[in-house]
Design a protein. Structure first.
Length: 246
């Protein structure tokens, strides 16, 4: 299928993991893909398997507001517009809050929260111009940790809770401009599933029973939500989705 031919998608944090998988999927369906992370070397490894004419690398730190503007500007310069922004860049730290340094807090909040805000702010004017069916789209990678607490990750929980609620607010605010906003809240993703840890998470009620932790599990839900209008939360089996309320 080529559902995204002539559509342009920016994916932050697309050098590895979920972000890389998202980028490859969009590329396989004909989209112009803009890859972003702080490591150009890693991005070039991803881009090596993609169509040069439909791929742009813009390396840089999305937690820098000026860079977020540059990312969107280079996208528009190369492809003429922007149809979808996927905010996937993120980081985490674990441990008791009383042991966290200011640097620990700043790193997580700067990338997970400010980076998402900066990218959205920069992209919204271009997304409002999209002539894609259903209009422009923002997809935020939140987390199950953004819907409830964890035992050792209070800073990460705070950051992903912010991303989840930001998505709700954007869905309300941007709907009149023809821009959709959704958040996908996956469990931990690994190159291969660690059975013990996955089972432990499920026993404590932190992971959906229907889904596992492996990166290979990201493909089937992705095929269901990309290109669709998600009217209500939790339309994907086992993957919480925060969707438009209007």
């Amino acid at each position: 299928m080529q559902r995204f031919t002539n559509r342009t998608v920016v994916i932050t944090g697309s050098s590895t993991g979920i972000g890389e998988a998202i980028a490859r999927r969009f590329a396989s369906e004909g989209a112009n893909v803009v890859l972003n992370s702080r490591s150009r070397d890693d991005l070039e490894k991803v881009a090596a398997d993609l169509d040069d004419d439909r791929t742009l690398i813009v390396d840089g730190d999305i937690s820098d507001a000026d860079f977020a503007n540059t990312l969107v500007a280079k996208t528009v310069e190369r492809f003429g517009g922007l149809d979808c922004l996927v905010n996937n860049a993120g980081t985490a730290t674990a441990g008791p809050l009383v042991e966290a340094s200011d640097e620990d807090i700043d790193k997580v909040i700067d990338i997970n929260v400010k980076g998402t805000l900066y990218a959205c702010r920069a992209a919204i004017p271009q997304l409002a111009k999209s002539d894609a069916p259903g209009g422009g789209s923002i997809v935020n990678t939140s987390s199950v940790s953004g819907t409830g607490g964890d035992w050792t990750m209070p800073i990460y929980n705070a950051s992903k809770g912010a991303v989840t609620n930001l998505t709700r607010a954007l869905a309300l605010q941007l709907g009149a401009q023809g821009i959709r906003a959704n958040a996908v809240c996956p469990p931990p993703a690994y190159p291969a599933r660690p059975p013990g840890r996955a089972r432990g998470c499920r026993r404590r009620g932190r992971l959906p029973r229907e889904r596992g932790c492996a990166l290979r599990d990201r493909g089937e839900p992705a095929r269901r939500w990309r290109g669709q209008r998600l009217e209500r939360p939790a339309q994907l089996p086992g993957l919480p989705v925060i969707g438009p309320l209007i």
